[in-house]
Ligand binder design. Sequence first.
Ligand code: XLS
Ligand code: NI
Ligand code: NI
Length: 436
Amino acid sequence: MAAFPDIEKIQYEGPDSKNPLAFRWYDENKVIEGKTMKDHFRFSVVYWHTFRGDGSDPFGSPTLQRPWDDGTESVENACQRARVAFEFMEKLGCPYYAFHDRDVAPEGATLAESHANLDAVVQVLKEEQERTGIKLLWGTANMFSNPRFMHGASTSCNADVFAYSAAQVKKAMEVTHELGGENYVFWGGREGYQTLYNTDIKREMDHMGMFMNMAVDHANKIGFTGTFLIEPKPKEPTKHQYDSDVAACVNFLRAYGLTDRFKLNVETNHATLAGHTMMHELDYAGAQGMLGSIDANTGDLMLGWDTDQFLTDNYIATQIMLMLLKYGGLAQGGVNFDAKVRRESFEPVDLFHAHIGSIDCFARGLEIAAAIRADGELQSFVDSRYSSWDGGVGAEIESGNHCFESLEAYMLEKGEISDNQSGRQEMLENLINRYM
Ligand code: XLS
Ligand code: NI
Ligand code: NI
């Protein structure tokens, strides 16, 4: 029994197509800068929003029609839902997916029962992966929904919660490994604080560092070689999340000796909540050699919380793709749609419209970014802006051949700096608009 009987596999039909269930820009085999579109993006569908979202919000009940779901928390329903998920991803043509342990299988009355439920559903996921060739981009553990995590997981004031979290992550990692997952993600659901009056930051951060080191040790034990990813987010649900932004995460990873095995999973809406652009977060992560993967979505500047909307803004997609091309792509990472349809978009077909639109937006962003790079005007402006470092005193400083004394002697002799050049911001913004 098909869940989407009226929908065929989504095809590329080109920019002139008016078919809402076709790609206009995403041609998975098209080669850009030496790589197919499919390999540039490694698009991934998220289990939690797409198959567990029900449209409820703090003000209202579920709205989304999901006829295949019987509404129970049974393992049978979870297995049935898993098959539907793969039908959806196959028809969409997305090569990857991502999940939390508790999205795919119901939590049991005990930890042992939760483990067993997960194992049962994982068998279905495995069969479906084999049947379709769709792969697991990453797994993660939900350590924020159950009330036991009210004070956090690895940063909880309650040592038993740390232990419970270790047991849960151990299992989630093993399952991710069993399914051939290419990464494992830590999004610090409630790893932060609501008030500093009751919080020992130093102790909590040390515990989190210790926890991640235990994860690396366990990966080595079981032979999981995937990349660990931390997903920065500044707030929500806590007032302050420790993994606030890319810079804070890089600092954390360095402080606790984790940079060999970890990279970052950067999310558009989290960047905005942190008061940064996505371009900033990606550039910073890339510059530090820490760019691992992307959670693709967008917020709403009028709302100011993590609204997880599907990205359809060509400018943001272009900026993202400029950064990915600049840093040589995502390697083992991917573009993961951590996004949900609005509760008013309640029909199953809306899931297709949402993903198709965002996939196309990224494909178009890639085309535009590649065109900007091929013309080279932007890059040659940046190169010439820094040309004082390519020879003379600049090159001497960069190669480590100066100190304050020698630079004082240089400037005393020269008297004044060579003239500054205009930053030409407006001209460059106009240049970008030529390609849009
Ligand atoms: C929440 C996060 C979450 C992670 C996975 O804001 O984006 O969905 O991606 O735990
Ligand atoms: Ni996310
Ligand atoms: Ni998010």
